[in-house]
Write a protein that binds this ligand. Structure first.
Ligand SMILES: [Zn+2]
Ligand SMILES: [Zn+2]
Length: 193
């Protein structure tokens, strides 16, 4: 994705923004990281099952880029086009043995927020995305003029992470009976063969 570089880039945006505060056809860019509270909370959520006290744990990073453009005109009326990307390096616990496992996510997205009154419109009811400005945008709705930025980023992030991190594809896991890490040795429930 190409980002324009000739405009100011903001390092902060509220969790939800008011559509009417944006100027039509003007692109506004953001480069966010964990110095922003809600982005930092996203990072924490990535590691909610990670034991950060464990030896060898190192904090990773997250960055979110957004490009917003308010548009008007048929058929969507007042709407907002969003292009974005999320990159994160973080530490997950192996789903089988809990060993700290480096994970990353790198995803790009584009979506359009249109007025929620279209949600009831049979024409839009079945739609997941729309085609505008020669590009495809995932369809989101805004209510009362408010755009839920953080919720949308949250959705794209967790749609794209590895939900079954393994420290090794052949991880043997823990014994269900006694908790022995079977990668490190056998137990009476799993005698060595
Ligand atoms: Zn494992
Ligand atoms: Zn056992």
């Amino acid at each position: 994705m190409t980002m324009q570089r000739d405009h100011q880039i903001y390092d902060s945006i509220d969790k939800e923004v008011i559509l009417s505060r944006y100027v039509f056809d003007e692109t506004v860019q953001y480069e966010l990281d964990d110095s922003l509270d809600w982005v930092s909370a996203l990072y924490d959520e990535l590691e909610e099952n990670t034991d950060r006290e464990e030896e060898g744990y190192k904090k990773g990073n997250i960055s979110v880029r957004l490009q917003l453009k308010r548009k008007s005109g048929k058929p969507f009326g007042d709407h907002l086009l969003v292009k974005g990307s999320i990159e994160a390096q973080y530490t997950a616990g192996c789903v089988r043995c809990l060993t700290l496992t480096p994970e990353s996510v790198d995803t790009e997205f584009q979506c359009a927020f249109i007025n929620s009154r279209f949600e009831k419109d049979p024409e839009f009811e079945e739609l997941d995305d729309i085609f505008t400005e020669n590009e495809e945008y995932d369809l989101y709705f805004y209510e009362k003029g408010k755009i839920e930025i953080a919720e949308m980023v949250h959705e794209y992030l967790f749609m794209n992470i590895n939900h079954l991190p393994l420290h090794d594809p052949n991880c043997l896991g823990l014994c269900q009976e006694c908790g022995q890490d079977l990668n490190k040795g056998s137990c009476i429930h799993h005698p060595a063969q």
